[in-house]
Write a protein that binds this ligand. Sequence first.
Ligand code: SAH
Length: 259
Amino acid sequence: MASQSALAALDNIRVVLVNSAHPGNIGGAARALKNMGLSQLYLVQPREFPAANAVWRAAGASELLDSAVVVETLEEAVADCGLVVATSARERRIPWPLLTPRECGERAVAEAKTHPVALVFGREDRGLTNDELQACNYHVHIPSNPEYSSLNLATAVQVLVYEARMAALEAEKGEALRFTDWDRPPARAQDMELYYEHLELALAELGFIDPDNPRQTITRLRRLFSRVRPDDMELGILRGMLTAIQNHIHRSGGKGRPD
Ligand code: SAH
């Protein structure tokens, strides 16, 4: 599959609930997924499904219950996944590569751009079996109170899908600067250079910079505008402001610098 944007990749992260006993938790999980922009819910032998209680807890997310994939085994649920992460409420006897919830979100989003990823959750009363845990690439534990470490199933789902969304939003930040969804094109490099010349001249006329030694200030202003990346219209406004400042200086009798 071709690489896709980080937020779109959330659709490629599936939440797998193994043998859930309470339909309310399935509904709560569906709601958590939709809130965080995920859509794939897999149910391995749910004890009671479909169920009115699941629909009730899902609130406005019941379409995720309608599209939930119900299978007989964990193996089937994750067959096409390139990364499978198991969740665990406690440390297990056999150590396994561990991720923090944050690392899990980052890794899931990064990998989901190219292949399906699964986050696997266990039974309310006894979690995942050792065989199920060992069918997964990584384990993730939400660092809860060691004296009371087990979260409600739907709450644990909420924490991990939240981390996935945060990771996706973080990854999109870089993409947002690409002007793909912008109403104007970015200012061209040659126009930026003309702007810097104009800025330097106007600031010198204003007496704000020393025309013989403008370096530091201009370099810092260049860095500021490189970071902001104005579009062509914004640059036009900035140029217009400089011209207005210059006109004002000229009308009021010359340079601002008292020398
Ligand atoms: N008594 C069970 C608790 C299961 S809680 C046990 O000790 O395993 C039900 C499910 O919620 C777990 O299988 C896991 O998927 C998730 N969960 C609950 N607390 C968690 C935690 N602190 N970290 C990661 N997952 C957790």
